[in-house]
Design a binder for this molecule. Structure first.
Ligand code: GDP
Ligand code: IMO
Ligand code: MG
Length: 424
């Protein structure tokens, strides 16, 4: 396990934080490669719960260096606050490394995110309103402002002024909202730059050297495959690439350096925000999944939509990421159900689909075809060995890995660090 990508195989919130925390014990580096503080990764150790949005989940191990690479977008105030938060828990935030090439989320990005959503009305995406989409928009239009710009006050001021000149025409005219003042923003951000300076480095070089030396490097995805801007359910996606390719582009580490790609999937599925969701349950079963699974967003507190496991979506994730193994989380939540359904195909307009459809108008109308499997009923939260799981739970795991064609290496049976089982 020299270089391993750990990523979301569904619509996010699969439990990536807890999975990365598990592997981080053996890792020298944990690297965030895309997204920003739209992510909310939860780790539970004993009675303590840690929710992280920008700092990689390796922070809990003093031997592990958390790296925030160039493909991310960084709200510096959020990062500094998170560094204070981890320091207040006795962890050392001084170890965090931040790429000088990462783009900054500016106050006008947050504002644009909110007003664009309002403008979209009923077609809204249901973003986290953290400014992620507008920050990536500026990046790709080559109008972005990067971490390194904070260290050249003249250039930084010029870039903020140029950007605001554009935004201040758009904000009142298109979105009927007040323009913003560049001076205040420049002063505020240059002060953040001073505070962040010790963390900033060339993370591509750092990781290259680490891999050359045989260090263990984990790449921690945020969001999930179906939220990928290229491979997800566009336009109801995030503005980055949470798929395996994103780890390559977002770090400057070449594809041949990667040894393993682990997809994290819940034993059911959830989604926050709008967009198609074939196996969504708008009934008592869905409500029970939400309550038992604590399915409320870490970042926004929003109620997540829940449904049965979608094997077409998981097979799709296995394909576009070339998953080598799956880590199945939250199996304990399914103990509550007498029988368990999994979607094995879709039907739409008289046609049957065995593969996740790429045409969004088709996906919208798809009805899942379910296979019903026996539940187990017993509490499994105390299981630590595979043979301590009831036969029906083992059958469920084996059914999924056969259907997806990728081995399931681990299942988790509760949020706490130790609540997991290795699958032989
Ligand atoms: P991430 O964004 O993929 O890191 O996932 P989140 O942290 O947003 O959401 C996953 C939630 O499920 C968190 O509250 C975790 O503590 C919790 N969780 C993770 N694994 C398990 C599990 O096996 N069982 C239960 N009951 N909860 C889990
Ligand atoms: P983690 O890393 C689940 C969703 C939002 C919205 C869409 C676009 O915790 O799994 P954005 O603010 O990114 O422009 O919103 O993406 N979304 C997530 N859903 N988990 C996340 O992160 C998410 N990050 C963004 O709800 O539908
Ligand atoms: Mg989350």
């Amino acid at each position: 396990m020299a270089a391993t990508i750990i990523l979301g195989a569904q619509w996010g919130d699969e439990g990536k934080g807890r999975v990365v925390d598990y592997f981080a014990e053996q890792a020298d580096f944990v690297v965030r490669f895309q997204g920003g503080n739209n992510a909310g990764h939860t780790i539970v150790v004993g009675d303590e719960k840690l929710a992280l949005s920008l700092i990689p989940s390796g922070i809990l191990y003093p031997t592990c260096v958390p790296v925030i690479a160039s493909g991310t977008v960084i709200d510096p105030k959020v990062l500094l606050d998170e560094m204070d938060m981890v320091a207040s828990r006795g962890l050392d935030p001084g170890r965090v490394k931040l790429s000088s090439n990462a783009h900054l989320v500016m106050p006008f990005h947050r504002k644009l995110d909110a007003v664009i959503e309002r403008y979209l009305g009923k077609n809204l995406i249901g973003t986290t309103k953290k400014g992620i989409g507008p920050a990536y928009t500026d990046k790709y239009s080559r109008f972005g402002i990067r971490v390194q710009d904070l260290f050249d006050p003249k250039i930084f001021a010029e870039k903020v002024e140029a950007s605001l000149e554009e935004k201040n025409r758009i904000l009142p005219r298109v979105y009927n909202t007040l323009p913003m003042d560049s001076e205040e923003i420049i002063e505020e951000y240059l002060a953040y730059g001073e505070q962040l300076k010790p963390q900033v480095t060339d993370t591509s070089l750092l990781l290259w050297e680490a891999i050359q030396e045989g260090s263990e490097v984990l790449f921690e995805g945020a969001q999930g495959t179906l939220l990928d801007v290229d491979h997800g359910t566009y336009p109801f996606v995030t503005s980055s690439n949470p798929t395996a390719g994103g780890a390559i582009v977002g770090t400057g580490v070449g594809p041949k350096a990667i040894d393993e790609i682990i997809g994290v999937a819940k034993a059911y599925i959830s989604r926050v925000g709008t967009g198609p969701f074939p196996t969504e349950l708008n009934d008592e079963i869905g409500d029970r999944m939400i309550e038992l699974g604590g399915e409320y967003g870490t970042v926004t507190g929003r109620r997540r939509r829940c449904g049965w496991l979608d094997l077409l979506a998981l097979r799709y994730a296995a394909r576009v990421n070339t998953l080598t193994r799956i880590f199945l989380t939250k199996l304990d939540i399914l103990s509550a159900f007498e029988t368990i359904k999994v979607a094995t195909a879709y039907e739409s307009g008289g046609n049957t689909f065995d593969e996740f459809p790429s045409q969004q108008s088709v996906l919208y109308k798809c009805e899942p075809v379910y296979e019903e499997l026996a539940g187990w009923g017993d509490d499994i939260t105390g299981a630590r060995k595979y043979d301590e799981l009831p036969q029906e739970a083992q059958d469920y795991i084996e059914y999924i890995q056969d259907a997806v064609g990728v081995p399931i290496g681990w299942v988790s049976v509760g949020p706490e660090r130790s609540q997991l089982v290795e699958v032989p």
